[in-house]
Write a protein that binds this ligand. Sequence first.
Ligand code: B12
Length: 210
Amino acid sequence: MSILAEISEALQKGKRKQVTALVQQALDEGIPAPQILNEGLLAGMDVIGVRFRDNEIFVPEVLVAARAMNAGAELLKPHLAEAGAVSKGKIALGTVKGDLHDIGKNLVRMMFEGKGFEVIDLGVDVAPEAFVKAVQEQDCGIVACSALLTTTMPVMGEVVKALEAAGLRDKVKVMVGGAPVNQEFAASIGADAYTDDAASAADKAAELIG
Ligand code: B12
């Protein structure tokens, strides 16, 4: 079995230590970090997603796989970053209120940081007012919202409205993403940008304010 397949397998079993050891080994072997991320870690998460949907596994198994995913991704972080990046501005990032999914958000944070942005990571379950407060206090140029549930997607629209109400809408760009989100939805709530993966999210952010 290739080392990338081994990473995917170990992640699916939720073996965090094995995942980090294998990711380190893959890096030592000179495999590029984006390939380890896509063909190892994310490939494993895809399988978890399908098995969760089909009721073959349940929340506890998904959680341990998610922890293994985050641990492996942390190791890749310095290798995904561009060397010597100068701060391009601040981004307030969070998973919206009611939503606890943070794997995608964490990847987006890494790619933003890799592009040289300073990220104010508000975490998960973030209320619209908290995004507004971060923009006011930290002078962020971008608000980036993640949502993984169809039930929490509308909160992204509330974030746009809260920024409008606070008189900040002209000062910030709003980016949205997460598996159920698409371009059409982004346009319908008045967001400035949507992308379907973390790397293009960082490119888009640089295009918007870089
Ligand atoms: C892991 C997981 C969990 C974990 C989360 C752990 C964690 N720390 O994140 C746990 C077990 C806690 C969980 C809980 C639940 N989950 Co869940 N979960 C998933 C799963 C399997 C994977 C999600 C994931 O991490 N994907 C990998 C990442 C990398 O992908 P991503 O988030 O989409 O991010 C990428 C892009 O979208 C983009 N991106 C992401 N954010 C942003 C932001 C911006 C600004 C931009 C530009 C781009 C961008 O970049 C990322 C990298 O390329 C999905 C299945 C799936 N296929 O999505 C279900 C899924 C999202 N969950 C689901 C459900 C139903 C739930 C629960 C309600 C289950 C329950 N009965 O309790 C709870 C809800 C808890 C809550 N309130 O949030 C459903 C949602 C269905 C729906 N229509 O809404 C899914 C789709 C599973 C399913 N098929 O039924 N879950």
